[in-house]
Ligand binder design. Structure first.
Ligand code: HEC
Ligand code: HEC
Ligand code: HEC
Length: 131
């Protein structure tokens, strides 16, 4: 009897652990970022490393600012998010990556860090969009 209970408990723990592992969202490996379908690129594609930002302790939700930790992670250009051409307004694709005062944008966060003395973060157009 005792053994039966132990086995049942072990099974429960195993099932729970695999359910948790399945639910955890994994950040994809190195990405090359470009504009969404239907939008023409005027700049070269941008290299982005989840690993390096993770090592630098940037939280997922700082960038994925609509994510609650368990929902699906949406792309920046998801319908109704930053899916518009042009450079102005919250919904502009450009603004997602270059908004000056936002910690969620590449350039915004890098500029804040540079001001406080970080010498590694790229802030020039060419550093992110190489020729
Ligand atoms: C910290 C990195 C970073 C810096 C610095 C940066 N960008 Fe970007 N930019 C991106 C990312 C990421 C995207 C989205 C992916 C893409 O479309 O290339 C993007 C997209 C763009 C786009 C829209 C897509 C396209 O190809 O037309 C334009 C225009 C652009 N950037 C211009 C600039 C200009 C001009 C500068 C300098 C003032 C600059 N960027 C600096 C990361 C950066
Ligand atoms: C410094 C900013 C940043 C951080 C921090 C970050 N991500 Fe991302 N992540 C991105 C960008 C940019 C993309 C590409 C989005 C796109 O294609 O529009 C992306 C894409 C993703 C995708 C694919 C989404 C899709 O388009 O299908 C997932 C999943 C994801 N990230 C999960 C995570 C998780 C989990 C963490 C934390 C461990 C994390 N990210 C941390 C910027 C970040
Ligand atoms: C919330 C802050 C934050 C945001 C948003 C952010 N970064 Fe960074 N980025 C960092 C930090 C911190 C480092 C590491 C600097 C260091 O090593 O001290 C870094 C380093 C980098 C580097 C140099 C290291 C490498 O990967 O080669 C690149 C390139 C870079 N970021 C691109 C991007 C792009 C592209 C985006 C937007 C898609 C982005 N970052 C968004 C904080 C940010």
């Amino acid at each position: 009897m005792h053994r039966f209970i132990m086995t049942t408990m072990t099974l429960c723990v195993l099932i729970l652990a695999s359910a948790l592992a399945w639910a955890a969202v994994e950040a994809p490996a190195d990405l090359k970022l470009g504009p969404p379908e239907g939008m023409k690129a005027s700049k070269t594609l941008v290299d982005f490393s989840h690993d390096k930002h993770g090592e630098a302790k940037v939280e997922c939700a700082t960038c994925h600012h609509t994510w609650n930790g368990t929902s699906e992670v949406k792309s920046c250009s998801y319908a109704g998010c930053h899916d518009q051409p042009g450079k102005k307004g919250e919904t502009a694709f450009y603004v997602a990556f270059h908004a000056k005062k936002s910690e969620a944008s590449c350039l915004g966060c890098h500029k804040i860090l540079k001001k406080s003395g970080n010498k590694v973060v790229p802030v020039s157009c060419k550093a992110c969009h190489p020729k």
